[in-house]
Ligand binder design. Structure first.
Ligand code: PGA
Length: 257
């Protein structure tokens, strides 16, 4: 059985005090049911890199996992402003969001660069959350699936077959991110099914069944149940609604079936 992954992407929000308060608020709501939740789901929060040490402290003793929003693929070197995988590991980071559409479109990250980050995360035993998704124009032009499958294939290039189940895929249609226009559960499920189909064709049934494909784009506490109850939607990557403890805690408790 695939464990549901509910992941918070705080983007470039919060200061240390606010981040600690947010973690405390989420913990207050979910710590009492942590044992039940842990049976079938993983919960992760990805703060801005500079807040990782503070959030790591605030998470001590919690079952919530710590993620990063981005990283460099080299272990060290002359890369001003970047953060290396071992630096994240030193604070207990277990998941890394890779190739988020804001990284692709604002910071011009290419599939090639994103692929190097996926491989680096796996080498450091962190779960890469590989983001794929089409823009509004690509969506309107009927090219969503082509775009998504190309990003998937390039993102997984040279990843050993046996490591593919350790990658989480996040389908995030760019037109749904931060817009309040979420994909319908049927729209999302159809893309998720196609992603799983492509993985099945290339890597076989066992790996396709094991890989998690989560949805992102205006997920909130009202629409999450209908999304994650679809058979191929294995969780959510949540931006805006993850910045409020009560709404994120409700998303964490989503009904999955
Ligand atoms: P949103 O962001 O939930 O605010 O749409 C999702 C994301 O960008 O990961």
């Amino acid at each position: 059985m695939r464990k549901t992954l509910i992941a918070a992407n705080w983007k470039m929000h919060l200061l240390p005090v606010g981040a600690r308060a947010l973690v405390a608020g989420i913990r207050e709501a979910i710590d009492p049911v942590a044992a039940t939740l842990a049976k079938d789901r993983e919960v992760m929060v990805a703060p801005p890199a500079i807040l990782i040490p503070a959030v790591a402290q605030a998470l001590a003793g919690s079952s919530m996992l710590l993620g990063a929003q981005n990283m460099h693929y080299e272990d060290k070197g002359a890369f001003t402003g970047e953060v290396a995988p071992p630096m994240l590991q030193a604070y207990g980071v277990t998941h890394v969001i890779v190739g988020h559409s804001e990284r692709r479109h604002i910071f011009h990250e290419t599939d090639e660069l994103i692929n190097k980050k996926v491989i680096a995360a796996l080498q450091h035993r962190m779960t890469p959350i590989l983001c794929v998704g089409e823009t509004q124009d690509e969506h309107d032009g009927g090219r969503a699936l082509d775009v998504v499958l190309r990003q998937l294939q390039r993102g997984l290039e040279n990843v050993g077959d046996e490591h593919v189940p350790s990658v989480a895929i996040a389908y995030e249609p760019v037109w749904a991110i931060g817009t309040g226009r979420t994909a319908t559960p049927e729209q999302a499920e159809s893309i998720h099914g196609a992603i799983r189909g492509a993985i099945l064709e290339r890597y076989g049934r066992g790996r396709a069944d094991a890989v998690r494909i989560i949805y992102g784009g205006s997920v909130n506490d009202e629409n999450v149940d209908s999304l994650v109850s679809k058979p191929d939607i294995d969780g959510a990557l949540v931006g805006g609604a993850s910045l409020k403890a009560d709404s994120f805690a409700r998303i964490v408790r989503a009904r999955t079936c």
